[in-house]
Design a protein around this ligand. Structure first.
Ligand code: BTN
Length: 259
């Protein structure tokens, strides 16, 4: 994919601008620099290859050329949306999920930021925000999608089993049209981010609903619970063995029996 292909393919979408890189460090880092210089809403940073792609919790994210999608979108939360920043990560997850559902697949959102197909991760999302006093100046929404087998890291580099879209649909997948569809759904859901319908669409696709999971990296050490759903602020609602409901704002979950 080159800059002209991308410009043409995305010309019907209301984007705020495009920065294309055959290779860069991290599209999130470039988008943050751009945000600090006033990048408009829905400006897009796209790279064919990242040399220092970032994941959550200081992990790295590998983007090999021509095998996946790696891009970041600049967004500007309104004052009312600042209390819902978790929902920006979900905005990315929902857009990718809908784009992939149109290919006949059944993606599940592993709270808070991974998307799974048949229990394996094919997409990761990293939302980074910048603040001045208590006002969020920007959210950079970074999305990485494994499309062809060359995008899937080798086992030792993984913290979760991984897959790619083509392995799940058993045919080739156009990265260009996938990018278009994800952005189309981002634009569709963006104005609805604070609405109940948004939370409902996210919750409907939540991985492990009703199942027993183990949560690590939260404030409480390791926690076990049964996934019940989402709170309006995007926290994960769980129930304990004695049926008590509790919510967690941070951490990573896994199915308990996989441990
Ligand atoms: C994760 O799974 O931990 C999140 C991975 C996010 C990767 C994407 S690729 C595009 C954007 N640029 C980055 O450096 N990271 C995100």
């Amino acid at each position: 994919m080159n800059e002209i292909d991308i410009q043409e393919a995305l010309s019907d979408l209301s984007l705020g601008g495009l920065l294309f890189f055959p290779q860069t460090t991290s599209t999130n880092d470039i988008a943050i620099e751009w945000a600090l210089k006033g990048a408009p809403e829905f400006s897009l940073v796209y790279a064919e290859e990242q040399t220092r792609g970032k994941g959550r919790r200081s992990r790295s994210w590998v983007t090999n050329p021509g095998t996946g999608l790696a891009f970041s979108v600049n967004l500007h939360p309104t004052v009312g949306e600042e209390k819902h920043l978790q929902r920006f990560t979900a905005l990315g997850a929902l857009a990718v999920s809908e784009a992939v559902e149109a290919l006949g697949l059944l993606p599940k959102i592993k709270w808070p930021n991974d998307i799974l197909l048949n229990g394996r991760k094919f997409c990761g999302i990293l939302a980074e925000s910048g603040w001045q006093d208590d006002h969020a100046l920007y959210v950079v929404l970074g999305i990485g999608v494994n499309v062809s087998p060359g995008s899937v890291p080798v086992d030792e580099a993984l913290n979760y089993p991984a897959t790619c879209l083509e392995a799940e649909i058993h045919t080739s997948c156009s990265r260009l049209s996938l990018l278009h569809e994800i952005l189309k759904y981002l634009i569709k859901w963006r104005p609805l981010i604070s609405e109940d319908v948004f939370l409902g669409a996210w919750e409907k696709r939540l991985a492990f609903l009703g199942e027993k999971v183990s949560l690590r990296g939260g404030t409480e050490g390791e926690t076990i619970g049964w996934v019940q759903g989402l709170d309006p602020d995007g926290s994960l609602r769980l129930s304990s063995l004695d049926g008590k409901l509790f919510s967690v704002q941070a951490g990573e979950i896994e199915l308990h029996q996989h441990i």
